[in-house]
Design a protein around this ligand. Structure first.
Ligand code: BG6
Length: 481
């Protein structure tokens, strides 16, 4: 409103995420008129530079990474709102100066100040920065609200996540902590909610009586690139499954929430996580495949004897009325043939005339990226005097229909955090339960994983064992269609 001044402070202002995602997202929000009227960004980094230097650096990245139109003129307007502030994350004096700056710029008595602290830094600094905000007195500055946005990874396992959370909770209340999972904000995942709950034809068959299995596949073409140092200590289970893939599972599997309120929606996701059938050590081979692409051990900053998985396939069951017995296949990996992400629902085959030989199950594909859309596979009669069946696809190609690119998920997430809507952010109990699930896998695997880890070629479909794995309960990996 007229009487509010909003300041977003980005810790890690010179980092990759800020350049690739945050600044381009803010620019898009600005030119589309979504940012608050009185809004400014303070980008915080350890390096010495002037705001002008900073603004010309982000000009380059905004040009390069903007999802949509870029115009020099509107960029000029936008960049006036951005300044740079040098600060060492562990230096108390620097935070005092930051506080002075905030007091100076927020002096207008007719306006209330609001602060969004965005931690786009290595997780090693999460706790440090949050406590410095407290100790410097920034946290107790007069303000309408103060919120904390935190990037992943939130911990390495349940116990480290608990420690981190306890430390952060000394300074921020849960309702003011916004933990990012950028997958949930992807356009087609938000659309999944709509598709399920606003279409009676789907909601009535969205259960074990009609669905044979669900496949959640998030595949990447790129290897680890320059992120070997981070990735080699993380691996695909922590990097992708614990957060993104289990979140997609929850969105697909949850019961209709009482309302669209953040807590009602998240309560339903939590109920799904509570009912995940715990990983069974004695059926490990039927439940899990781990892969590593060939050449991974030679990547920059990766250990030459690394046992880190760059691919995971796992079969998950949910023990509730709706889903009992329905396998959810999760597959994610790096250095594969294509970059593609989708959720595929394989329905049960029609058995009206017995198991018709050439009929296929109905398939619903929710395509997340690179193309966005929904495809439904149906059995029809081939035209002609001889009865023959054919499979056809009904296609809603969202990316063909809308000529502009969908907004990047960071646009949605930043905007929601500014509005105080935490629906798409991960609540602590969601995190707890997903870590618990993934921790059980790690403890089953133990230290030496050599016998589990399969090698696969770059630009392939992953290890061959993926085929046998999927046949345990599904017709095939439908994303390969
Ligand atoms: C990140 C992971 O959270 O998601 C990366 O840390 C991964 O390893 C990325 O590459 C994938 O996101 P997107 O949006 O490019 O599919």
């Amino acid at each position: 409103t007229e009487h509010t001044k909003t300041t977003m402070l980005i810790f890690g202002g010179t980092g990759d995420l800020t350049h690739r995602k945050l600044i381009p997202a803010l620019y898009q929000l600005e030119i589309n008129g979504f940012l608050p009227k009185d809004f400014s960004v303070i980008s915080i980094g350890r390096r010495d530079k002037t705001s002008d230097e900073y603004r010309s650096e982000i000009l380059e990245s905004t040009k390069k990474f903007s999802s949509r139109n870029f115009e020099e003129e509107s960029y000029e307007e936008f960049s006036k709102k951005v300044s740079y502030f040098k600060l060492k994350f562990e230096d108390a004096e620097d935070y005092k100066e930051l506080k002075n700056l905030l007091e100076q710029s927020g002096k207008d008595e007719n306006k209330e100040n609001s602060y969004l602290f965005y931690l786009a830094v290595s997780p090693d600094y999460f706790s440090e920065i949050v406590h410095q905000l407290e100790n410097s007195g920034i946290r107790t500055m007069d303000s309408a609200w103060q919120r904390l946005v935190i990037e992943k990874p939130f911990g390495q396992d349940l116990s480290s996540a608990e420690k981190l959370n306890a430390s952060i909770s000394e300074v921020f209340e849960e309702k003011d902590i916004y933990r990012i999972d950028h997958y949930v904000a992807k356009e087609m995942i938000q659309n999944t909610h709509m598709l399920r709950f606003q279409n009676a034809i789907f909601e009535s068959i969205w259960n074990r009586h009609h669905i044979n299995n669900v496949q959640i596949t998030v595949l990447e073409k790129e290897g680890v690139g320059t992120r070997g140092g981070y990735y080699d200590h993380t691996g695909a289970l922590r990097d992708m499954v614990q957060n993104h893939l289990l979140q997609l599972l929850a969105v697909t599997a949850m019961e209709p929430p009482k309302s669209l309120d953040a807590d009602d929606v998240r309560n339903e996701k939590v109920k799904v996580f509570e009912k995940l059938v715990p990983f069974q050590p004695d059926t490990l081979n039927e439940q899990l495949i781990l892969g590593q692409y060939s050449g991974y051990k030679k990547e920059d900053k990766v250990s030459a004897s690394s046992q880190t998985e760059t691919l995971v396939a796992t079969k998950v069951y949910i023990d509730n009325e709706r889903w009992q017995g329905v396998p959810f296949y999760l597959l994610t990996g790096k250095a594969l043939k294509n970059k593609t992400a989708q959720i595929t629902i394989e329905f049960k085959k029609s058995t009206l005339y017995g198991e018709e030989k050439d009929s296929e199950p109905n398939i619903l594909e929710i395509k997340i990226q690179p193309d966005e859309g929904i495809t439904l596979h149906l059995n029809v009669k081939k035209p002609g005097v001889v009865d023959q069946m054919a499979m056809v696809e009904m296609d809603y190609c969202q990316s063909c229909l809308y000529l502009f690119n969908s907004p990047d998920s960071y646009e949605k997430l930043i905007l929601d955090a500014l509005h105080g809507d935490s629906t798409l952010f991960t609540r602590w109990d969601e995190l707890q339960l997903t870590w618990k699930y993934v921790d059980a896998i790690f403890s089953t695997l133990g230290e030496d994983r050599t016998s589990y880890l399969e090698s696969y070629e770059r630009e392939s479909n992953g290890p061959e064992s993926l085929d046998t794995f999927i046949h345990s309960g599904a017709r095939k990996w439908w994303y390969r269609n």
